[in-house]
Write a protein that binds this ligand. Structure first.
Ligand code: GLC
Length: 429
């Protein structure tokens, strides 16, 4: 059997093993519920071999959608488990918009419309594909509308996050400054459980975790009201990463609208608004996109993998893309050299916060590699894209389908048998 046939077989096995019947867990032990962008990435991978199962994953995620359109970051279909935060911790029922299934009160990057487009386009039975699309289209539209209304009420084109977890890059170095400025008071009582299956030095430090809890405590007291959150959240960051994913998802949504004969003006408006506003995040001297911390009133001058998502979204000019490619080739920043051997570290090696094994502060994540590959191909950097594909496959061949990898030696970190790592390897193969 060839190496790729073997990897594909293993990847499919992991997705089947992590399947609870209703949804696919991100990993067997660490993450026993349904996560938002995990489900979308998993659906993308499923769409390479089981379209019906891919559609089911989208449907179950949307069962958690709030009445105001938000799709939450965790859906607890089966109630509590040994995972913390437990469903009751969020107090989501305090919001009139919450659905009947317990969920978190935060959202996550909207990859879903992109996955739905792949599911629809790959279906040889276009009649069935359009029936499915009709079922979910309005829900996707409502979620994107929520993003622009609730998280960009000022019309800047860049959506803001109220908690690091909304970025999916939960512990990224780009949130370190904003978290450090918070003074947690009245932190709800909690007992972390994220270190029972994964080593403590691969997980967030205590001070940051306390701040994650502090923010949730405030927001649940404000009944998860989007207006109150935007006005009062002490953590409010216009995020380059989520906005890039949303923009790309809007391109896909526009295609889907067209194939249904639905109106496209609203989506075209969002595309124009983000295209116009995103360039404000570009820092010409650094040659990078930086988030904007609305509470500090200043750009977040941290060099992380998030900056490359502008390529995935097609938001960079040719000149900006060339600067980003140059940065990717710089061994002090991201390129493999004597210190690291694999693309793409989640934070630049030159960052004072770089930690090669700690969650989002240096390790390689396969979803980020996948976004990067799409972006590099989009701008014609085929050789660089191939290099990232090869690194991704060799990480998996040597260390299995880990949640993340140490860029120095490729050793596995975090959870094992991780679903999106499996799904995205199927996509890349
Ligand atoms: C971690 C990741 C987040 C992911 C979740 C489930 O919290 O940071 O992005 O969605 O695990 O895999």
């Amino acid at each position: 059997m060839s190496v790729s046939a073997h990897l594909a077989g293993e990847a499919q096995r992991i997705l089947r093993d992590n399947d609870t019947g209703r949804f696919i867990k991100p990993s067997p032990k660490q993450y026993p519920h349904q996560w938002n962008w995990d489900a979308a990435l998993i659906a993308l991978g499923l769409a390479t071999f089981d379209l019906e199962r891919a559609r089911a994953e989208v449907r179950t995620l949307l069962e958690g959608q709030w009445k105001d359109g938000m799709v939450p970051h965790i859906v607890y279909h089966d109630g509590p488990s040994d995972y913390f935060p437990t469903p009751d911790f969020w107090r989501s029922e305090r919001s009139a918009a919450a659905p009947s299934v317990p969920t978190s009160g935060l959202t996550q990057p909207p990859v879903l419309a992109t996955a739905v487009r792949a599911i629809v386009e790959r279906d040889p039975d276009q009649g069935a594909a359009l029936t499915f699309l009709r079922e979910v289209y309005g829900k996707l539209l409502a979620w994107h509308r929520w993003f622009y209304a609730a998280r960009d009420p000022e019309g800047s084109g860049v959506v803001a996050l109220i908690h690091p977890w909304e970025s999916g890059m939960d512990n990224s170095t780009r949130f370190t400054g904003a978290l450090a400025r918070l003074t947690p008071t009245d932190v709800p009582t909690f007992r972390r459980r994220d270190q029972q299956h994964v080593a403590a030095d691969e997980r967030p430090v205590a001070g940051d975790y306390e701040r994650f809890m502090y923010l949730i405590g405030l927001y649940r007291d404000w009944r998860w009201d989007p207006e109150a959150l935007f006005e009062r959240a002490p953590f409010l960051i216009r995020d380059a990463f989520t906005t890039a994913i949303l923009h790309r998802a809007n391109e896909d949504l526009l295609e889907l609208a067209t194939s249904l004969g639905e109106p496209t003006e609203e989506i075209a408006g969002w595309l124009a608004r983000t295209r116009a506003g995103y360039s404000a995040l570009w820092d010409e001297a650094a040659g990078l996109y930086f988030d904007l911390d609305l509470r500090a009133g200043a750009p977040v001058r941290e060099d992380t993998c998030a900056t490359f998502l502008a390529l995935y979204a097609g938001l960079a000019s040719e000149a900006q893309a060339a600067r980003l490619a140059e940065h990717l080739r710089d061994p002090d920043a991201y390129a493999p050299d004597a210190r690291t051997r694999f693309y793409l570290p989640s934070a630049a090696k030159s960052s004072p916060y770089f930690e090669p094994r700690r969650y989002w502060r240096g390790p390689v994540w396969l979803n980020i590699n996948w976004f990067l590959v799409q972006g590099l191909r989009r701008y014609g950097y085929a050789a660089l894209a191939e290099r990232v594909v090869n690194d991704t496959l060799s990480l998996v061949a040597r260390s299995g389908f880990a949640e993340y990898y140490d860029p120095r030696d490729g050793s596995p970190c975090g959870a094992r048998d991780f679903s999106w790592s499996a799904a995205l390897v199927l996509e890349l193969l």
